[in-house]
Ligand binder design. Structure first.
Ligand code: PLP
Ligand code: COI
Length: 352
């Protein structure tokens, strides 16, 4: 398929000041259509609104998936794409889970690369910033029966982004959620599908109303084993060993999670992917053997957890400060992304 490029005749004003997350979008977007048999009409075009039938199935039954990746520009002017192939693989897995068509990864990768290069002057260069890349696929058939749509749109929007949490690297507070669940065995928790996020909002709002930043999810059956956080996977350091919940289908297989495990192991840390019992974490906090908790995600990168609430009690982690392992891993991961450190795992594609 050919990729058509239609350049915008106008340029939007770029943001000045704090970028925040997900608020600004560049001048162009990538889009292509699935006509029932094949992807067609692929183009980079000016960023614009979509025109959809109000009966489109994504709007009724949430047949939609998305991804989040980042491109970095460093002081040398290099543009560095971090593990985009892994995001596109996961997107195809998510699409297949929702009976949506998959796409040619190489074609979409190249299209994103071109999009990023066209809007290159939007990529921020300050520490902690990047161009956030949001590939999205939605079902567009105007039909109200509950069945897989015949037609789809796939598009990619990009925009400059800073810290995901308002306070940047300041430790966040999480509330362990024992009532609502995010995902259960056999559900869609292990895929990046839009409905997962709608279902998670109530717990997030209730946590915020109680003074926490996000909910920490437990397993759906026992409400005892930690799963993940709103937009992050989660790690616990107890007695010198790093624990993270094993992927058993209800947790999103985070690309940052995978990267952090590889980095930690390369430094000789013991990393265990297993059940993480929240009662044991609370006990460790009381005994003083809980050293650190941190979240990992593309948007949040590494987010230290300074405290968690569980059964009416608040447990402070590492005196409410970012721990040494979190700091080291943040420095190393962002160093690889920006080119300060050698990319020894081959995660970065320098596209310019
Ligand atoms: N868990 C959820 C629910 C997420 O939305 C994300 C963000 O994408 C993650 C975990 C972290 O995944 P990744 O590291 O691939 O960004
Ligand atoms: C990301 O980390 O890229 C995400 O997509 C998280 C998000 C839901 C904001």
């Amino acid at each position: 398929m050919e990729l058509k490029i239609i350049r915008s005749e106008t340029k939007k004003e770029k943001p000045t000041g704090k970028l925040g997350f997900g608020k600004y979008f560049t001048d162009h977007m990538f889009i292509m259509e699935y006509d029932g048999t094949k992807w067609t009409n692929a183009r980079i075009q000016p960023f614009q609104n979509l025109s959809l039938s109000p009966a489109s199935s994504v709007l009724h039954y949430a047949q939609g998936v998305f991804e989040g990746a980042k491109a970095y520009k460093n002081k040398k002017g290099e543009i560095r794409m971090f593990r985009l192939n892994d995001n596109l693989d996961r997107m195809n897995d998510s699409a297949a889970r929702l009976c949506m068509p998959t796409f040619d990864k190489k074609f979409v990768y190249d299209a994103i690369k071109q999009l990023v290069l066209i809007d290159e002057d939007w990529i921020p260069t300050e520490d902690g910033t990047a161009l956030y890349i949001r590939p999205t696929m939605i079902a567009t058939e105007p039909a109200l029966g509950v069945h897989a749509s015949k037609t789809y749109l796939m598009y990619v929007i990009v925009g400059p982004a800073g810290a995901y949490y308002a306070n940047g690297l300041a430790p966040v507070k999480l509330l362990v959620e024992e009532h609502y669940t995010r995902a259960a065995k056999g559900g869609t928790g292990g895929h990046k599908v839009i409905g997962n996020y709608a279902a998670s909002m109530k717990a997030g709002e209730e946590a915020r109303a109680k003074g926490y930043d996000q909910a920490m999810w437990l397993d759906a059956k026992y409400h005892r084993y930690v799963e993940e956080v709103g937009a992050m996977n989660i790690f616990f350091v107890m007695d010198g060993i790093v624990y993270t919940p094993a992927l058993r289908g209800s947790i999103l297989p985070g690309i940052t999670r995978r990267s952090v495990i590889a980095l930690l192991r390369s430094h000789g840390y013991k990393v265990r992917e297993c059940n993480v019992d929240i009662r044991k974490v609370a006990d460790a906090a009381e005994k003083g053997t809980l050293q650190e908790i941190f979240g990992t995600g593309t948007a949040a990168v590494i987010s230290p957890v300074g405290a968690f609430g569980y059964r009416g009690k608040e447990y402070v982690v590492n005196g409410g400060e970012m721990g040494d392992i979190s700091k080291k891993i943040y420095d190393e991961l962002t160093g690889i992304q920006s080119g300060r450190y050698e990319d020894k795992f081959g995660w970065v594609d320098i596209i310019k």
